[in-house]
Design a protein around this ligand. Structure first.
Ligand code: SF4
Length: 291
């Protein structure tokens, strides 16, 4: 598998930016059905869904902020990571020239925008895993800045929340994160929650859970119950679409527990806005498949 995939990866970026996955759109339609016709929440969701349709038909970004591209690459032994990284970076620059991505990479010291979404080694963000398979899989998430701003990490126990080092403490932390966001980050959204890890892995995994099937449940029964409970209780806060009030604030919660240090108990929340842009590309031989 030595073919140059720059064009194909650019197509992955185009689809991700312009064509919201069907399960996400379905959740937004269900949320629309729950809101009172004529209310601000109903109007906000109606406008969002019109934009989703328009973006798909015209192949234009579903939101003007195309976010930070986060790639998850699973590659076979026969592939060279250096080649993959070069092709991904070339594809990102190409997708920016073709206006599927807004130039978003800003030097924090000078304030200069690189103009092509290429920053240092960390922009775009690329995660690698070598696999025993002939298949190359590239998952892409475009993570918007507004929802990135409301991501947060708690260290339990937390005196303010009266949250201890248990699942009840996790529930309190997740609901506090939603309450503090108050619709910033473009609700209705999706929560990615990590229990445990160190500071770095906890944040990384809280985004990685956005790759899970939207309709699945955690294989751990206790986490699966907690996922549903957090979603349902977050929707009782009345924050609603874009913070206008209403029944739909969180459309799904995904939780993963990872091993922690004895001294640390982090609960990390990543918030994904309604523009939950994620797509996958699979390459076997010369066959490229997108989903
Ligand atoms: S948070 Fe999401 S929907 Fe809101 S502006 Fe950013 S990318 Fe767009």
């Amino acid at each position: 598998m030595n073919k140059d995939l720059t064009r194909e990866i650019c197509e992955l970026i185009r689809i991700t930016s312009t064509d919201l996955p069907e399960p996400v759109e379905k959740r937004l339609r269900s949320a629309l059905a729950r809101e009172v016709p004529g209310s601000a929440a109903h109007e906000a969701l109606r406008t969002i869904l019109e934009n989703v349709d328009l973006a798909r038909r015209n192949s234009i970004p579903v939101c003007q902020d195309t976010g930070v591209p986060v790639f998850y690459v699973r590659f076979p032994f026969t592939m060279n990571m250096v080649d993959i990284e070069r092709q991904i970076r070339d594809a990102v620059a190409l997708a920016t020239r073709e206006s599927y991505l807004r130039p978003n990479a800003v030097d924090p010291l000078t304030g200069t925008n690189s103009g092509n979404n290429l920053g240092d080694d960390h922009f775009p963000s690329i995660h690698y895993k070598q696999v025993e398979s002939d298949e190359l899989t590239i998952d892409l998430i475009l993570k918007g800045g507004g929802c990135e701003n409301v991501g947060v990490q708690y260290t339990l126990p937390d005196e303010r929340l009266k949250a201890g080092r248990d699942l009840e403490g996790v529930r309190k932390a997740a609901l506090d994160a939603v309450f503090q966001a108050q619709g910033q980050g473009c609700a209705p959204g999706f929560l990615g929650v990590t229990i445990g890890g160190d500071r770095e892995t906890s944040y990384a995994v809280s985004k990685e859970v956005f790759l899970r099937d939207l309709n699945d449940q955690s294989p751990d029964i206790n986490l699966s119950i907690l996922e549903e409970q957090i979603t349902s209780e977050a929707n009782m806060l009345g924050i609603g679409p874009m913070g206008f009030g209403g029944k739909s604030t969180i459309l799904e919660t995904k939780i993963k527990a990872i091993h922690r240090l004895p001294a640390c108990y982090f609960v990390t929340i990543s918030y994904m806005c309604w523009a939950y842009r994620r797509r996958r590309m699979t390459v076997v031989g010369d066959i490229v498949h997108y989903e």
